[in-house]
Design a protein around this ligand. Structure first.
Ligand SMILES: [Zn+2]
Length: 342
């Protein structure tokens, strides 16, 4: 009969070595499971990265329409992406958040490529105007604005984020996804169809718990006199019937989204979309409450941006809490995978 101590020792040894062996087998260029999270608030939404195989090919050259110069430029996509990440995020952000941004930006280009060039720039896949495609800052622009020292110490961090995710894109059903992103959520992201006309299976409302603690733009307030409010509304809606007195009885929020944004609001005799109120009053988002005071209103606004897809400050919070870029992306883009194109 075997010594019970030997049996115990071999059980212990197996229970240590088998998980190690499994984790080595499933390691395929990228770690497959979340590790060492300080918090696990959103870990149930984090998918494993599967079927990830590192491909190593030369990166493609793309046509970019530079709206500031009024001309189309040819550039290496990875070089273009450095300019997008630099335009979209602070270099103070965690490297994993910068990597998530780089992959989202790369995927956006691949999505556009599948759609065909826009009528706004027929010979280019993307442009440098953030209102149409993605923000972009050229190397020269950044150097002029921030100086050589910044380029050496900070821009290199962006280059690293792009380089370390080279060729990575986000897919759903093996197709590149529409990677919408924005600054700060209200605590939850929005369903795409509640903000824009289209629905996407991967742009669903998810919790975004870290924005509150990390983003300086989480809450903002607009104070506006009853008089200015009424005049602003009358300028936008000619036939609106509304008076400065007793505004609280003339304004009612009718519908809100899953994430709490105003979908529809009745002001005077008009039903108005929350996103329209946002643009008329220049609010940070359509997620607002109104406090009625004697002769002025306070709009208490949560979040910054349209609220669909990845929250950049939420990504920064996740990265600071120990999540990797692919976990951040899997969280904000429901049911997606990371694929390596080149
Ligand atoms: Zn464009």
């Amino acid at each position: 009969m075997k010594n019970p101590l030997v049996v115990l020792a071999s059980i212990v040894a197996c229970s240590i070595t088998i998980p190690i062996l499994i984790s080595i087998v499933s390691y395929d260029g990228i770690e497959a499971t979340p590790q060492n999270h300080k918090k696990t608030v959103i870990s149930e939404n984090v998918n494993k990265v599967i079927n990830y195989q590192k491909v190593d090919k030369k990166s493609p050259i793309i046509n970019v329409y530079n709206h500031k110069l009024g001309k189309t430029q040819q550039m290496d996509i990875e070089e273009y992406l450095c300019g997008v990440v630099a335009g979209e995020m602070s270099t103070e952000f965690n490297i994993e958040a910068l990597k998530a941004q780089a992959v989202a930006a790369r995927t956006f280009v691949m999505y556009k490529q599948k759609q065909g060039n826009s009528s706004k720039h027929k010979d280019a896949v993307v442009c440098t105007d953030y209102r149409h495609c993605q923000e972009y800052k050229s190397y020269e622009e950044l150097k002029k604005k921030n100086g050589s020292e910044w380029m050496k110490n900070s821009y290199s961090k962006i280059q690293r984020a792009v380089k370390e995710t080279k060729g990575n894109i986000i897919t759903y059903d093996n197709e590149p996804i529409l990677t919408l992103y924005f600054s700060t959520s209200s605590g939850k992201t929005e369903n795409c169809e509640e903000v824009f006309s289209q629905s996407q299976p991967y742009l669903k409302s998810v919790d975004s718990p870290y924005d509150k603690n990390y983003s300086p733009k989480y809450v903002s307030t607009l104070k506006i006199s009853n008089k200015d409010f009424v005049n602003t509304l009358k300028r936008s809606y000619g036939g609106i019937q509304i008076s400065e007195n007793n505004l609280s009885s003339q304004i009612k929020i009718l519908e809100t989204s899953d994430a709490g944004s105003v979908e529809k609001i009745k002001i005077g005799n008009k039903e108005i979309k929350g996103t329209d109120v946002r643009s008329i009053l220049n609010l940070n988002s359509a997620n607002f409450d109104i406090i009625f005071n004697d002769n002025y209103l306070d709009f208490i606004v949560k979040g910054y941006g349209h609220g669909v897809g990845m929250s950049q400050w939420g990504a920064e919070g996740m990265a600071e809490e120990g999540y990797k870029y692919y976990e951040i992306l899997a969280h904000y883009y429901t049911g997606t995978q990371i694929n390596d194109l080149y």
